[in-house]
Design a protein around this ligand. Structure first.
Ligand code: ATP
Length: 477
């Protein structure tokens, strides 16, 4: 009887605790604590000077800075400012950096949190954290709330039937509606990689109604980002940031920051006073392909197969003039046994059907070379095939570039539409046949590239051009 009483008391106490939990610290026993507690960093040291290559976005945010600093001026004329902004785009492109720079440019307090901090097992906990966050921010207005990975709380309500998440999202909506931008200067910035996942209600006017895309930096932007991240690093005079930028196509600001840092660490390790091109070369390859495996014992036949595979990519790329080749290597790095560094032409904003098909052929060049020479194929083409499939599917489902129609298919169709899959197979098979034929016609050149590659383990763009110059390339019909 006494035990039953004790149990009842324990139950009643814990239930009481869960019911009345508000913005107090969470007990690690009762409910798991959030990974990072909200930080009230009154003024982040970051400013727009730290953000490179995003001039248009910064220009767009300048009036917001003025509003945050002089809200009365705007209110006097009845001008309203958005309460919520969404930054969306690929990871590592500077969304968090930009939000903190926005706060740094103003008098605002900065509240950076991650959406995942509000995802909890216990119904109501996420919602109460949202309430507490807004309470704090409103109290110390002007303030900027930054919710990274906002999709963790803001994805569409019918996607998964999760009542804790729904409550958290509802609370976010309530809070967005609850403050009056005429009286309180609070801006909420959400960041996501997938705008399409967010609940419509969140994007409605008066909530997160300004959407700013932050994409991969172009050549000029990459040079500027490298400049920002090498500002306090002594460089050898012949280091050319523009040239480095041209070799980092497709990389984000986060990659470039990491390259600058890796290069500096390598220079220290080599007891150098200045960072040179060798360090940057190594850092770029590390970021693209991982750390070089100096002691990897690759058996001869595998090495030969890798050499033909990489030479196949490079040869098709040169034949079809898809990319200039920066380097081919058969020194294992990270998970790759070999790799080709491409230097794509960045002047194009559009891609034609022919260009997309050519990209598929370059991707298939490695597998095709294996089959042509060894009459067998390896598992090394997995990523190439994945990427080629993706291009083919996008051509069919988004660009209307296939025989099954000039229309767009939504995501759900892709998985279960037999026609789409059959068409993707057809595109890839046809590209593959043409790639094999092109390699067959230029087999001598392929052999020569492989011979040189085996001698030196890697060839730079200039060396590849020299080899190709001596051969008459037979262009695919
Ligand atoms: P995620 O979507 O993964 O949260 P993100 O877009 O928020 O990524 P950030 O966290 O802002 O990316 O970027 C990571 C780091 O990369 C920054 O701290 C900064 O060092 C560097 N970086 C990214 N973009 C830029 C940029 N435009 N200018 C200067 N540095 C940048």
């Amino acid at each position: 009887m006494a035990w039953v009483l004790i149990l009842l008391i324990v139950f009643a106490v814990s239930f009481f605790y869960l019911m009345f939990y508000d913005d107090k610290e969470l007990s690690p026993v009762a409910v798991p604590a959030p990974k990072n507690k909200e930080k009230d960093q009154n003024k982040p040291p970051t400013t727009f000077k730290d953000v490179a290559g995003l001039d248009e976005v910064i220009e767009e945010l300048q009036d917001l800075v003025d509003y945050m600093n002089n809200a009365q001026k705007y209110r006097a004329l009845g001008a309203k400012f958005p309460k919520g902004i969404i930054f969306y785009g690929p990871p590592g492109t500077g969304k968090t950096l930009l939000a903190s720079a926005l706060a740094g440019e103003t008098k605002a307090s900065f509240y950076p949190v991650s959406g995942s901090e509000f995802v909890e097992k216990y119904v109501g906990v996420g919602a109460s954290r949202i309430r507490a966050l807004f309470q704090k921010a409103r109290k110390s207005a002007p303030s900027v709330i930054f919710i990274d990975e906002i999709d963790a709380v803001g994805s569409r309500r019918n996607i998964d039937n999760n009542s804790e998440k729904d409550q958290t999202l509802n609370q976010l909506l309530v809070e967005m509606d609850g403050f009056n931008s005429n009286e309180e200067t609070v801006i909420v910035i959400g960041a996501t990689n997938r705008l399409d996942l967010l609940d419509e209600a969140l994007l409605r006017p008066g909530r997160f109604d300004r959407h700013i895309y932050i994409g991969h930096p172009n050549l000029r932007a990459r040079e500027e980002i490298l400049r920002v991240h090498t500002k306090n690093k002594p460089l050898e005079p012949n280091v050319d940031l523009k040239e480095l930028a041209s070799r980092t196509y497709g990389m984000t600001g986060a990659h470039l920051a990491s390259i600058a840092n890796e290069a500096a660490i390598l220079a220290v390790r080599r007891n150098k006073k200045h960072i040179g091109n060798e360090e940057f070369d190594e850092a770029i390859e590390r970021v693209i392909a991982g750390i070089e495996k100096k002691n990897a014992d690759i058996i001869e036949r595998e090495k030969l197969m890798v050499a033909y595979h990489e030479a196949g990519h490079a040869l098709i790329s040169s034949l079809l003039k898809v990319n200039s080749i920066g380097k081919i290597s058969i020194k294992p790095r990270g998970q790759a046994l070999g790799y080709v560094l491409n230097l794509p032409n960045e002047d194009n904003f559009l891609e034609t059907k022919t260009q997309l098909l050519n990209r598929i052929k370059v991707l298939l060049g490695g597998r095709a070379a294996e089959e042509l020479i060894f009459k067998d194929v390896s598992s090394g083409a997995q990523n190439d095939l994945k990427e080629a499939t993706q291009i083919a599917l996008t051509m069919i489902t988004s660009y209307g570039m296939s025989d099954i129609g000039k229309r767009v298919y939504d995501n759900q169709c892709i998985n279960d539409n037999e026609n789409i899959n059959r068409e993707a197979n057809k595109i890839i098979d046809e590209c593959y046949k043409e790639t094999i034929a092109a390699l067959q016609e230029n087999k001598d050149l392929l052999e020569e590239i492989v011979k040189k590659l085996l001698e030196k383990d890697s060839l730079n763009g200039f060396e590849i051009e020299e080899i190709i110059k001596d051969f008459r390339m037979v262009t695919a019909s």
